[in-house]
Design a protein around this ligand. Structure first.
Ligand code: FMN
Length: 376
């Protein structure tokens, strides 16, 4: 098997466990905690139980990405997801971020807006959710595991309202830095607001934010530019899923879209691009899919993170073959707080329990997955 040139003599031989320089951050390995919504932030405020949850998943020199965190009071679609638009939320994040830093972790906040994947109950004053479109979303089967019941038809944003949403992303990035995060990941994936602009199955606008691929990407790139100007490109990543079609967000040319974005992002000098594998096209299940992220990886100049359906072997291969610099692990990191150590020791993994992914219990399925010591 190939090894990376950054594996140290006498150090770990597995490509996933080789150190990596992520801009100004020195990572001790390539096993990243993927963003994972857990719906335990009551009233959209991060809770003290998240201190232990994230610190359990921290290793010295490991990169963690937070669960999707709302940028404004219109950004939420699921109960008890955290935000970063109020002072109370920023203060509540601080001890969580501090705990990750105390163990040597690097912590990015995933900032996002659900757009039309919402309903009036989640919106201020019971108003309609906002989107690129006014096309309603049909009730979804909870294939992702998130049991959202119904959606309210969205209100199409007027062209003159879009700068305000871009500004909300900017302010949220500033707030995340104020909370102590090392940077932000802009959530441009999985059928949420940014993706609702990117994808031609959703975006039916006739202004400069719709129509051509360039126009559909305009909102995403304006958000990137605003956030980069606010906190610096060395602290900014973005997550994209050009191949996914969650929440009716498919695109007729996903590869061209992904490539256009990867190339365009180079202008802003952002730290990383995090893409979800085509095999995660339909739901949180792996399927065979002929396309790959390699063209986007080659086009993008910064660090490339791949995610979706990875196990240890697969992750090692991807890093060894140069298909990604870092691999983000979702479900198996959720269930194995000491995942990098288990990879290092070739230890068996705890199984994840889908039933407890999104329950509001502050302990069960959250901080009670056993560590290796406890299972041996
Ligand atoms: C419980 C759960 C919550 C998730 N929440 C988010 C989220 O907040 N933001 C996001 O971009 N992706 C989210 N995802 C997707 C994961 O980050 C990841 O891409 C997906 O689980 C596939 O990777 P895996 O096969 O390693 O689990 C979530 C997935 C799960 C299972």
């Amino acid at each position: 098997m190939a090894t990376t040139n950054q594996a140290q003599v006498g150090g770990p031989t597995s490509p996933l466990l080789a150190p990596y320089k992520l801009g100004n951050f020195n990572l001790s390995h390539r096993v990243v905690l993927a963003p994972l919504t857990r719906q335990r932030s009551y009233r959209n405020v991060p809770q003290p139980h998240a201190i232990l949850y994230y610190s359990q998943r921290t290793s010295n020199g490991g990169l963690l990405i937070s669960e999707a965190t709302g940028i404004s009071d219109t950004a939420q679609g699921y109960p008890d997801t955290p935000g970063v638009w109020t002072k109370e939320q920023v203060e509540a994040w601080k001890p969580i971020v501090d705990a990750v830093h105390a163990k040597g972790g690097i912590f990015f906040c995933q900032i996002g807006h659900v757009g039309r994947v919402s309903n009036t109950r989640s919106q201020p004053n019971g108003q309609a959710p906002i989107s690129s479109t006014d096309k309603p979303l049909s009730p979804q089967l909870p294939s992702s595991g998130i049991d959202i019941i119904e959606y309210t038809p969205p209100r199409r944003l007027r062209t003159d309202e879009i700068p305000q949403i871009v500004n909300d992303f900017r302010l949220a990035s500033r707030n995340a830095m104020e909370a102590g995060f090392d940077g932000v990941e802009i959530h441009g994936a999985h059928g949420y607001l940014i993706d609702q602009f990117l994808k031609d199955e959703v975006n039916d606008r006739t202004d400069q934010y719709g129509g051509s691929m360039e126009n559909r990407c305009r909102f995403a790139l304006e958000v990137v530019e605003a956030v980069v100007n606010e906190i610096g490109g060395d602290k900014v990543g973005i997550r994209l899923s050009p191949f996914a079609n969650y929440s009716e967000s498919g695109d007729s040319g996903p590869e061209a879209l992904g490539l256009y974005l990867a190339n365009s992002l180079n202008k802003y000098g952002i730290l990383y691009c995090h893409m979800v594998e085509p095999r995660m096209q339909t739901a949180a299940e792996k399927s065979d899919f002929p396309q790959s992220l390699v063209p986007m990886r080659k086009a993008f100049n910064g660090t490339f993170i791949a995610a979706g359906g990875y196990d240890k072997e697969d992750g090692n291969d991807a890093v060894a073959e140069g298909r990604a610099d870092l691999i983000a692990y979702g479900r198996i990191f959720l269930a194995n707080p000491d995942l990098p150590k288990r990879f290092e020791l070739n230890a068996p993994l705890n199984k994840y329990n889908r039933e407890t992914f999104y329950i509001s219990d502050p302990v069960v399925g959250y901080i009670d997955y056993p560590f290796l010591e406890a299972t041996t």
